[in-house]
Ligand binder design. Structure first.
Ligand SMILES: Nc1ncnc2c1ncn2[C@@H]1O[C@H](COP(=O)(O)OP(=O)(O)O)[C@@H](O)[C@H]1O
Ligand SMILES: CC(=O)N[C@@H](CCC(=O)OP(=O)(O)O)C(=O)O
Length: 288
């Protein structure tokens, strides 16, 4: 009897959560949400399945989700196998011609198709593409010392609008087309920010492997403005891999994205918690 009572309580709580989601579902009807799915956040098959379910649910309730993925750890694995050495400068992989070939193969091939398949297995209709398709992301060389690393300079998002109209979910590998036929390797966060900016997305979600942006005491700051971010960066509290993420978030806000959120992609249902509950998740950055 006691067990039955506990089960009933769980079901009532589930129904309440669904009911409380109504205003959030209404708020995000027709909204565009760009989600950066990092290589570290992908981890296990289980994490991939939960992520894919969240994305399909989002689309089911009227959101236009756009996935931009990373895959740094998977690129490292393949470069190791091929015994190609790789270095990073300020969070960007120094990319010579041989490395570029491996980056494209891993990102457009293995990683992109794994995400596409996971979404389709949950009943969605995902289409895999890279920033080279339909000239979505045209890039210039970031810095000659980094080789084929690109900075997005011109975006053509028409292909994404076409996919939205057909109820398809774009899954984008962070590669860019050069003006002279080159292929560029673009940091996943940078690519997600550029795409969110060009779409003037309602939300940019950057999924990573920490709960959010932490302050000097190691606590997650749930709400931040641009000036908070500058203060924490100048104090050296925002460091390493968090610097390109917060920079991407601020650039996206400057281009008209309403808010950017940095959250733990390994936490179950992180995207749903952020979009459709009062609780939210991670650190939300708004124009201040
Ligand atoms: N203030 C901070 N708050 C949270 N994480 C921080 C902070 N400063 C530096 N970091 C580091 O940034 C990392 C996230 O960046 P990164 O490893 O590049 O993520 P990803 O692989 O998901 O793109 C965290 O794991 C953490 O070690
Ligand atoms: C220029 C550059 O550094 N590109 C990245 C692209 C992948 C990426 O960003 O992957 P994560 O998001 O998983 O780190 C790289 O070569 O690793």
């Amino acid at each position: 009897m006691k067990k039955q009572d506990a089960m009933n309580r769980d079901w009532i709580a589930t129904a309440r959560t669904l009911s409380q989601a109504l205003p959030y579902l209404q708020r995000y009807e027709g909204a565009t949400v760009v989600i950066k799915f990092g290589g570290h956040a992908m981890g296990s098959d289980e994490a991939m399945e939960t992520f894919a379910r969240d994305i399909v649910l989002m689309q089911q309730v009227g959101v236009n989700p756009v996935i931009v993925h990373g895959g740094g750890p998977m690129i490292n694995e393949m470069l190791d196998k091929l015994e190609i050495k790789s270095d990073f400068v300020n969070g960007k992989r120094v990319t010579d011609a041989a490395t570029m070939e491996v980056v494209e193969m891993v990102l457009s091939g293995r990683v992109n198709k794994r995400i596409v398949q996971a979404i389709n297995e949950q009943g969605g209709r995902a289409v895999g593409l890279s920033g080279k398709d339909a000239n979505l992301m045209v890039c210039e060389e970031t810095n000659p010392d980094l080789g084929f690393v690109g900075t997005p300079v011109k975006m053509h998002t028409g292909v994404l609008e076409t996919l939205f109209k057909a109820d398809m979910i774009p899954v984008i590998a962070p590669l860019g087309a050069g003006m002279n036929g080159e292929t560029f390797n673009v940091n996943g966060d940078t690519a997600a920010g550029a795409i969110a900016g060009a779409l003037k997305a309602d939300r940019l979600l950057l999924l990573t492997d920490v709960a959010g942006v932490k302050n000097a005491d190691g606590e997650v700051v749930t709400e931040l403005t641009a000036s908070h971010v500058h203060e924490l960066t100048e104090a050296g509290v925002i460091a390493g891999g968090m610097i390109p993420k917060t920079e991407t978030a601020l650039n996206a806000l400057n281009q008209g994205v309403r808010a950017a959120v940095i959250l733990d992609g390994r936490a179950p249902n992180a995207c749903l918690l952020e979009l459709f509950t009062e609780h939210g998740a991670g650190s939300i950055i708004r124009q201040g």
